[in-house]
Design a protein around this ligand. Structure first.
Ligand SMILES: [Zn+2]
Length: 108
């Protein structure tokens, strides 16, 4: 039986996630539905290979999966956190602001 190369699989999966998310942001103003579909696929790959989507790539709503678009979100800064409200579904995401070197684990 062939041994699965899990490390390689994960590397490829991550690359695919990045491509899909790039695509999503490319088309989000022309076709918002398609952009969401790209995010959905990226998330599905992430789940299958049990990968974490890198924080800098997480520019979409966790709940409705639409990519962030300046006309579809509200951004506020309060109490050392950035508060992003998704205007598609109302989901509120709070991102604490801390010096980069203090952060050990990426936020969930
Ligand atoms: Zn949303």
């Amino acid at each position: 039986m062939l041994k699965r190369e899990k490390k390689l699989e994960k590397k490829i999966a991550l690359r695919r996630i990045k491509i899909l998310l790039d695509k999503a942001h490319e088309v989000k103003f022309e076709d918002y539905e398609l952009a969401r579909r790209y995010v959905e696929l990226a998330r599905r790959i992430a789940m299958k290979y049990r990968l974490r989507i890198p924080r800098e790539e997480r520019l979409f709503c966790k709940k409705c999966l639409y990519p962030y678009r300046y006309d579809r979100i509200r951004v506020r800064v309060a109490k050392s956190r950035v508060i992003i409200t998704c205007l598609n579904c109302g989901f509120v995401r709070r991102i604490p602001i801390r010096p980069a070197r203090v952060i050990k684990k990426p936020e969930k």
